[in-house]
Design a protein around this ligand. Structure first.
Ligand code: TYC
Length: 110
């Protein structure tokens, strides 16, 4: 047993049947929340456009998330593996910079 990273655990049933469960010894990959932060200057419509274009939300979903960020100071845009989360954060920051909005976006391990 090398690449499998599993350990066989045999359990004998009363009728003699052998049930074999495999216990995984590999951790699932770490996941990261991508968070949008509120500010006083970025237009609401711009934030909705960011959420629709970069996070594939409908206009309705994007509006709900934008309003949550506006109200609570931050909100989750999505949960992704590290590389994808980093890419999403960079896309948001680049798009905001290009339009000269101070919108901030960060990632945080779940
Ligand atoms: N607070 C901003 C406004 O009133 C809207 C806004 C929402 C900005 C969410 C950033 O991540 C944000 N125009």
């Amino acid at each position: 047993m090398t690449a499998m990273a599993t350990k066989a655990m045999a359990v004998q049933g009363s009728d003699g049947t052998v049930l074999e469960a495999k216990k995984s010894r590999v951790k699932p990959p770490p996941m990261f929340k991508v968070l949008l932060l509120n500010d006083d200057y970025t237009p609401m419509d711009f934030v909705v456009a960011v959420l629709q274009s970069i996070f594939a939300m409908t206009r309705e979903q994007a509006t709900q998330v934008m309003l949550k960020v506006h109200r609570d100071g931050m909100g989750v845009c999505g949960v992704y593996p590290r590389d994808l989360a980093e890419s999403k954060v960079e896309q948001v920051l680049a798009f905001a910079r290009k339009h000269q909005h101070p919108l901030k976006c960060v990632m945080e391990e779940t």
